[in-house]
Design a protein around this ligand. Sequence first.
Ligand SMILES: C[S@@+](CC[C@H](N)C(=O)[O-])C[C@H]1O[C@@H](n2cnc3c(N)ncnc32)[C@H](O)[C@@H]1O
Length: 257
Amino acid sequence: MSRADAASLPPPSRIARLPPALAALLAHLPGLLIAALLLAGAPALPPLVLALLVGVIAAGLAVYWRLPPWWRAINLAFVPLLWLGLAADLDPRWYLAGFALLALTSLGAVRTRVPLYLSSARAAEELARRLPANGHLLDLGCGLGGPLARVARLRPDARLEGVEAAPLNWLFARLRLLGRAEVRLGSLWNTDLSRCDLLYAYLSPAPMARLWEKARAEMKPGSLFVSNSFTVPGVSFDEVVELDDLSGARLFIRRMG
Ligand SMILES: C[S@@+](CC[C@H](N)C(=O)[O-])C[C@H]1O[C@@H](n2cnc3c(N)ncnc32)[C@H](O)[C@@H]1O
């Protein structure tokens, strides 16, 4: 996609600019109301049908409000899965284990508003293709190290660096990339961006404006700023690459001046 195409992308709706949890809650309200009315009129309706109805309406609203693509899947599945979980009468320790895992990988997301989700292999292949010979790739918020590991395989000449704030993610990435990449436990805000030839960020809308200011101040001319899925308000990109993967994600690429 060209810079002009990128500029013509539809702006996020007003709902899409709300905190994600609030937008998701709003998307569920109409379906929950309809389900409650149906239940009052026809109490014999199977609960799973009602749960699916709520999910379909919430997913439809995610499409209508142009929420990021993954919210369609989350909204579609959330209430049906909740109902299935309750109906299955699971041992409560499973919920505790799930919560512990979520806390160790993503508790920081409450503060940073950047949860853990993973780049596709296609995204990493695009990074490998664009990194100059012997280039230095920096993954800000490197998660479980997937993109770095894939680039390591495709580009043995690359110098690879990641920084990650969540301890469990960091440990996993560090062990996975032992001897191949420098993976630091820490904040991207304390990371020097001046050495990298390609900066990769797959974060969330929340930090993008601040990250862009940091990138402009620190990145060297000619280096590449690549954001997966999230643009920077008011900034045009040189290239937008459709990844054609399951997530429907795009890479927003800008060469620093
Ligand atoms: C969406 S995931 C992306 C993971 C990986 N880059 C990938 O593409 O597969 C974002 C990651 O950034 C981490 N993160 C969020 N805020 C951070 C910060 N301020 N400093 C370092 N890492 C951060 C989160 O813990 C999470 O693992």
